[in-house]
Design a protein around this ligand. Structure first.
Ligand code: CAA
Length: 380
């Protein structure tokens, strides 16, 4: 075993860290307040190759491994989880899904523009009545020979208003259950495709979350990903990798809050000394440090398994489950260490606490991760 990072990984960490400090930190509080999408920052992330990190260079990606991706996700998420979720969705759910399962024509037409960040993508699975229970898709894609007719509503779609390319999961043949589901590539502007209002959220307020409505949208057959009926497996396989990205996001939120709490506790004085000298605070910092170390190892291991071509369904679910819990616990403690200042926006930790919550919900709630984990350990 080798726990050291390569020169290349260290360089990626530094580049992501510099970007977070120089480009994401300025204005992050204001963007959160105003629910402003970090459009300029996302454009720059695309130019630097962060939106198609794992995509092959022949499709305009950066050709890096999953470990590079999670390292970058951690650093970006320490500062701005609203920006890092765009990086996560575009990399793991959209670009990875297309590279792994789309046809060569689809890759040339869509992936090349998504991986370079020229446009961004969205992954559309959740519905008003099918978030966790993903096989119960009510959106329909009726087979009309050379095209599908798409009808239905999708909810809580990240990049819903800003994306250009949407991967939409829909039911073609209800009788066949999950084997009757397809994944279709939908373009913004297709007649009958409407974007609903932006959601007013607790956290990741800068990210662009919308419902989407499809009213008799005509989708050419060549926009289906994989064989007829492959849509549910496409969603599951893609989400398995997405969960590693969200685990890395949760790791970054936790580590960002910890770093702020550590710094603050060495500066703030109470009872005649820096609060870090009080065991009540020092022990909180020790607990945070241990949990974050454990999470980082889980996230790296899952990324490593993916890079080795091993199955990472279980390790990704474990990493996401634990990372999101640690993000929640750590950010709450970081607010507590900051006391009254922790409740004030200027100190950043209250935002990180609000941002942490979504990591226990999207790309499979904590309860869904426990289904995946328990099924895996019980089947042997
Ligand atoms: N890889 C490949 N195939 C898989 C798979 C995986 N990881 N997981 C399941 N499958 C296959 C199964 O093998 C089965 O196929 P067969 O019948 O051929 O064997 C089929 O899929 C159905 O599987 P299950 O019977 O296990 O299905 P289920 O109804 O019990 O549900 C579940 C399984 C794990 C709970 C699944 O529904 C699930 O993951 N739900 C959560 C969905 C989710 O993550 N939603 C989040 C929305 S996306 C989002 O948040 C994006 C964003 O914008 C940030």
């Amino acid at each position: 075993m080798d726990f050291s990072l390569s020169e290349e990984h260290l360089m990626i960490r530094q580049a992501a860290r510099d970007f977070a400090q120089n480009e994401l930190l300025p204005g992050v509080i204001e963007r959160d307040d105003a629910q402003k999408f970090p459009a300029e920052q996302i454009k720059k992330l695309g130019e630097l190759g962060f939106l198609g990190m794992m995509t092959d260079t022949k499709y305009n990606g950066s050709g890096m491994d999953t470990l590079s991706y999670v390292i970058a996700m951690e650093e970006l998420s320490k500062v701005d989880a609203s920006a890092s979720v765009v990086v996560s969705v575009n990399n793991s759910l959209v670009c990875w899904g297309l590279e792994a399962f789309a046809s060569e024509e689809q890759k040339q037409k869509y992936l090349t523009r998504l991986a370079s960040g020229e446009v961004i993508g969205a992954f559309c699975l959740s519905e008003p009545e099918a978030g966790s229970d993903a096989t119960s898709q009510k959106t329909t894609a009726i087979d009309k020979g050379d095209h599908y007719i798409l009808n239905g509503t999708k909810n809580w779609i990240t990049n819903g208003g800003t994306a250009d390319t949407y991967l939409v999961i829909a039911q073609t043949d209800k009788e066949k259950g999950h084997k009757g589901i397809n994944a279709l590539i939908v373009e913004k502007g297709m007649p009958g495709f409407e974007i609903g209002p932006k959601e007013n959220k607790l956290g990741i307020r800068g990210s662009d979350t919308h419902s989407l409505n499809f009213n008799d949208v005509k989708i050419p057959k060549e926009n289906r990903i994989g064989e007829d009926g492959f849509g549910f497996k496409f969603a599951m396989k893609t989400l398995a990798g997405g969960r590693i990205g969200i685990a890395a996001q949760a790791l970054g939120i936790a580590a960002g809050a910890y770093e702020l709490a550590l710094k603050y506790s060495k500066e703030r004085k109470a009872f005649g000394t820096e609060i870090a000298n009080h065991q009540a605070i020092a022990f909180k910092l020790a607990d945070m440090h241990v949990q974050i170390e454990a999470v980082r190892n889980l996230v790296y291991k899952s990324a490593w398994e993916k890079d080795q071509g091993l199955n990472y369904d279980l390790s990704g679910a474990i990493a996401k489950l634990y990372a999101s819990k640690v993000a929640m616990d750590t950010t709450i403690e970081a607010v507590q260490i900051h006391g009254g200042n922790g409740f004030v926006k200027d100190y950043h930790v209250e935002r990180l606490m609000r941002d942490a919550k979504i990591t226990q919900i999207y790309e499979g709630t904590s309860e869904i991760q426990k289904i995946v984990i328990s099924r895996s350990i019980l089947k042997d």
